[in-house]
Design a protein around this ligand. Structure first.
Ligand code: NAD
Length: 293
């Protein structure tokens, strides 16, 4: 079994990006600038945003973090989004989701300039991805593809079962796995909460991407010997032995599934760090995207 080490791979990608930034500096070119807007004080969201900003600093990008209070109105947030679109110094930006209930997420996502949408959530980027045109790929699926590529996990002609059909993970993941390039060229089955024969489908899978958000859902009896397992899930469970008071569990019952798997991602240290690495890759790409979108 090969452990798909997202932490190490992400570190390597960040070193590569740092070299590129150093080169840009030497050539007197613009340094990529990522901005992040966060509304409210959701603990998990703050942790994610801080990790993204820290990663920017590490690779030498410029970064701006805008923290807005929970009571920010949709109109106020919309104004911020517009000023980000118009600011030539900002190459890419994200609006951290989820937003407070009184703000319409779709409206905000649609207002982001597709050429600065480094999260890849704008419908124009989703459509471009579907058509194989230049675009920003959503960070989590793109990070998984990068991991599959770097570890040379075979995908061509393989049967990939994706568990979960969300717009940010399951659906784009399926799309990237079936596209006509490598990694990709897999035969894909996408499953969801209404799927009736999930265990049978999983038992036929050469690759399983578990992205449903239910701790330790995928057990050894659902997995074929030699399958490659990608665990996207992150669930916080109380753990008084930890300083933070919690630990993270994936969607895969790691020990028993690892014993049957050819490749597997751990949680933490698998897909999570790759998501951040992809966002950095997208930010570097944002400089060229201005001409392409
Ligand atoms: P979501 O709640 O939007 O979607 C979950 C999907 O799972 C839905 O499509 C639903 O139909 C499906 N589902 C639910 N129960 C199911 C069942 N019993 N059988 C089959 N399908 C079922 O979640 P999401 O935003 O896609 O995130 C999924 C998980 O991935 C969460 O734990 C989230 O925290 C994690 N996540 C991790 C990263 C990362 O960087 N590692 C990034 C994004 C999301």
């Amino acid at each position: 079994m090969v452990l798909l080490d997202g932490k190490e791979t992400s570190k390597k990608i960040q070193e590569e990006l740092k070299e590129k930034v150093d080169q840009l500096k030497k050539e007197g070119k613009k340094i990529p600038h990522l901005a992040a807007i966060i509304v409210g004080d959701n603990g998990a969201s703050l942790t994610y945003v801080n990790a993204k900003v820290k990663a920017c600093e590490k690779v030498g990008f410029e970064s701006t973090l805008i923290k807005l209070s929970e009571s920010t109105t949709e109109e106020q947030l919309m104004k911020r989004v517009k000023s980000m679109n118009e600011n030539p110094d900002i190459d890419g930006y994200i609006v951290q989701l989820p937003l407070p209930k009184h703000i319409n997420e779709t409206k905000i996502t649609m207002a982001i300039d597709p050429a600065k949408d480094v999260d890849g959530f704008h419908p124009e980027n989703v459509g471009r991805m579907a058509l194989g045109m230049p675009c920003f790929l959503p960070a989590t699926p793109a990070g998984i593809m990068e991991l599959l590529k770097r570890y040379e996990v075979p995908t061509e002609g393989k049967h990939c079962v994706v568990i979960g059909r969300s717009h940010i993970v399951g659906s784009p993941m399926a799309m990237l796995m079936w596209r006509n390039e490598l990694p990709g060229n897999a035969t894909v089955t996408i499953t969801h909460s209404r799927t009736q024969n999930l265990k049978e489908l999983c038992l036929q899978a050469d690759i399983i991407v578990a992205a449903l958000g239910k701790a330790e859902f995928l057990t050894a009896e659902m997995v074929k010997e030699g399958a490659a397992i990608i665990d996207v899930g992150i669930t916080r469970v109380e753990d008084t032995s930890k300083k933070s008071g919690y630990r993270l569990l994936g969607d895969v019952k790691f020990d028993e599934v690892a014993a049957k798997a050819s490749f597997i991602t751990p949680v933490p240290g698998g897909v999570g760090p790759m998501t951040i690495a992809s966002l950095m890759i997208n930010t570097l790409k944002a400089i060229e995207m201005k001409e392409l979108i």
